[in-house]
Design a protein around this ligand. Sequence first.
Ligand code: SF4
Length: 437
Amino acid sequence: MKKKYSPSELPAAFCPLPWTQLATSVRGFVRLCCNTTALRQTDGSRLVLGGPQTVTEVWNSPPLRAARKQMLSGKLPELCRFCSQIEARGHTSKRNSLMNRQPDWLGDLKELIASTSPEGALPHHPVSLDLRLGNVCNLKCVMCRPDTSSKWVRDFELLQRQSPLPQSASRFLQHPEVPEGSHEWYESCELLEFIKTHGSGLRRLHFSGGEPLLIPMHKEILLTCVKQGYAGQIRLSYDTNGTQIDPEWLKLWENFAAVELNISIDGVADSFEYIRYPAKWQDFVDQMTLLAQWRWPSYSVRWIITAQILNIFDYRQIFDWVSQMKLSLSGDHRHQILWNSVRSPECLSVATLPDALLKEIHGEIDEQIAAAPSDPKSSERLALLSSLKQHLTVVSRIQANERPELSDFLQYVAALDQVRGTDWQRAAPRLAQALRC
Ligand code: SF4
C-alpha cells in the first residue's frame, strides 16, 4: 500500500497534478488540469502539444516548471483560480478531493516533491495523460458548442443565418473567437511514439472530447498499450455520452487494470432526446442495458446529471430510471450519480429561473427529504436531494440583476427549435407550464 500524507505534511499550495499528469484541451493546448485554461509561454502564446513540441519537452517546459515552483512556494498559480475560489468559500475543491483520496496512481507525494529540481523540472515522465483528442462527436447537446462538438458546426452556421441569438449564447458558441491550435493536434506530434517508448510508466489514461469512442487515435492508443504489454497496469477513464458502447469496446477494456466511465444522463425519454440531440432514448437504454450486464468486476460508472433549466423538474424521473435499471440508488455499487451544473451558455443555467419557481422547487425537495425513509437503501437518494438543494441555495443567493434573463432562454430555445425542428415545450412540459408558455 502506498503511503498517504495529511495535507499538513505537504506544502500548503501543493497539487499533485502538475507532478503526475499532462492534460490537453481539444486543440492540443497544454493545461494543468481540466479546470484551467492553457498554460502561456513567456511570449504570451499558448503552450501546445503537437508540431515540434514533444510530450517530454512540454513536460519540463518553462510554464510547467514555473507552476510547480509556485505551488512549492506556497501559492496556487493564477490559473488554478477555480480551486482557489472554491477553497476560499470553504468548499472542497478538485485539489482537496485529490489530496484526500490520494489514489495509488499518484505515487508517493513526498518523493515527487523531493525529486523536483530547483528550476521545477522532474526526472520522470507523466504517469497520467488527460487527452482531449479533438471535437469529433455524434451529438450536438443544447449546452455544447462547435469547438467541442463537430456536429454543432452546421447548426451554428444556420443559427447565425436564420435567427437572432442572445448575446451571451452567441459569444459562447463562437468560442474561440480567433481559432488557434488544431482539433487534429495529435496527428502532428509523437504521442503514439511516446506511449510506445514510455508507456511502461503510465498508470492512467483519461479521454474526453468530442466523443472519444469515435476518435480513431483513441483506439490506436489502447491497441498500442495492449500490444506493448502495458495495458494491465493502466486505469482508463472517460467522459463519454455512452451512445457508442458496444461489445467490442467492453472486450478491449478488459485488457486494462480498470475502467471508469463518466456518462451524462440529463433527462429521460423526450427530455433526454432534446438535451442530447439527436440521440435516441431507446438506443441509449439498450447501450446501458449492455453495460449493466457486463460481468467484468473492474469497471465503474459515474452518472453525471448536469442540472439546467430544461431538466430541473426531471430529477425524480432520472432517479427512478436509474433505480429501475438497478444502476445505483442502492442497486449496483459500481454505479454512482453525481450532479454537475450548466454554467454556459448562461441562459440555460438554473439561475435563469424566476425566484418563485426556485422557491417552489426548493419546497418540493424539502418535502421529499422529509418523507424519505431513513434506511440505508434511501441514503443515496437523500444525499443527492441534499446536494441538489445546496446547489439551488447557491443559485438563489445570486443577485437578481446578475442573473441571466429568462427572455434570453426563450429566445435561445426558439432559435434552436427553428433550426432543428424540435419543440422545447414538449421536452420540458412542466417548465413550459410553470412559465405559462
Ligand atoms: S490546483 Fe486545482 S485547478 Fe490547479 S491543477 Fe490542481 S486541481 Fe487543477
